[in-house]
Write a protein that binds this ligand. Structure first.
Ligand code: MRU
Length: 354
């Protein structure tokens, strides 16, 4: 298997007049980049998970809004805004759980509403906003990584961290949230290794987290999802760090399916459980996690691996893509403004800007 390796991983890049996406459905066996020039193609790329991870789909949707705006022909502002709202609806319909998608679309609409002048100027402002969402996320992730480092256990000196799914550079503009904390720990000499849950059914841990770590020389051990409890019982894990797709105002956190089980087991073994996420992942409109919409995906993800059917015909399937970890199981939420206990999240509300 020969693939050309990028020096640094940026899953979404604006280049000339189009977007480049790393095709995350093909990693780790192939490193492919897809060129996106139309909003419809961006919507499809988000839906099919060519681009995935909450902050990354926010960035992708922002560019999708610009690509859609660019295709609008009218110079009449009212007609333009009506068409832009329709584009927003199309992008919103791609994936329901990660709130960053909705946040980024709203930020783009706000730019459109607040920009005065000709439509061409408005379109340029939309591109600038998408680019700044992209650039801001990179800085945000680096800040999350550094704040995370400050709250990790002081002992042992070299930590063994467990993560679930992929909350890395691939899932953000670069660097990562949970994997940003892992990266910062590695760069400061505080990481012995990271355990990556494989993350059934789509295997983001085995395929993407392991790939990112290998790229950077970070020691990574992949385990299947049902091995985490055993590893904790044997004293092999010092802390858990995961990402988030949507955090309710009380700190309840939706993340990749299986996160809740990891949090329960961590609690049982008194192992700290951290959620690393930008403030754009917090949905202050929702009081608690029961209100978070949970995406259900095609059951084929369960009953088929590559081309092989692994279940008998006649069985039924249930394939929720996310679950909600109650705030009570979370030691701290690590944001770009620092780490807070879940019940302190409301203190950051004023810093949450759309
Ligand atoms: O279905 P995915 O792969 O988009 O789910 C991704 C996750 O659950 C991540 O943990 C989350 O989006 C945080 S990414 C920084």
């Amino acid at each position: 298997m020969t693939i050309s390796l990028p020096a640094q991983v940026y899953p979404v890049i604006w280049q000339d007049d189009h977007v480049l996406l790393i095709d995350q459905t093909r990693l780790p066996n192939e490193f492919d980049v897809v060129q996106i020039s139309r909003c419809d193609d961006m919507a499809q790329a988000i839906k099919t998970m060519i681009v995935r991870g909450a902050p990354a789909i926010g960035v992708a949707a922002a560019y999708g809004m610009y690509l859609g705006a660019r295709e609008i022909q009218t110079s009449d502002r009212t007609k333009f805004m009506a068409q832009l709202e329709a584009i927003a609806d199309k992008l919103r319909a791609t994936r329901p759980t990660a709130v960053n998608l909705f946040w980024a679309i709203e930020r783009m609409l706000k730019t459109a509403r607040q920009t005065i002048g000709p439509i061409d100027h408005l379109k340029q402002e939309l591109l600038k906003t998408a680019q700044s969402i992209n650039a801001d996320d990179l800085h945000t992730c680096q800040a999350i990584g550094d704040h995370g480092l400050a709250v990790l256990p002081q002992e042992p000196q070299q930590l063994r961290l467990l993560t679930h799914c992929n909350a890395g550079a691939l899932a953000t503009a670069g660097y990562g949230t949970a994997l940003g904390v892992v990266r910062s720990a590695w760069r400061q000499g505080r990481l012995l290794k990271v355990y990556a849950d494989e993350t059934r059914p789509r295997l983001q841990g085995a395929k993407l987290t392991a790939w990112e770590c290998v790229q950077e020389g970070i020691p990574v051990t992949v385990i299947t999802d049902n091995m985490a409890a055993h590893c904790m019982q044997r004293g092999m894990i010092d802390a858990v760090v995961v990402g988030a797709d949507r955090i309710a105002a009380n700190g309840d956190t939706a993340n990749k399916i299986g996160t809740y089980s990891v949090a329960l087991v961590a609690k049982a073994h008194e192992i700290p459980f951290f959620v690393a996420a930008p403030l754009s992942t917090v949905d202050f409109e929702l009081n608690d996690g029961s209100q978070i919409p949970i995406e259900e995906r095609d059951p084929v993800e369960i009953y088929q691996i590559e081309d092989t059917l692994i279940c008998p015909p006649g069985a039924e399937f249930y394939n929720p893509a996310f679950d909600v970890t109650p705030a009570a199981l979370i030691t701290a939420i690590i944001t770009e403004y620092g780490a807070v206990a879940p019940h302190e999240l409301a203190n950051l509300r004023l810093k949450h800007v759309v």
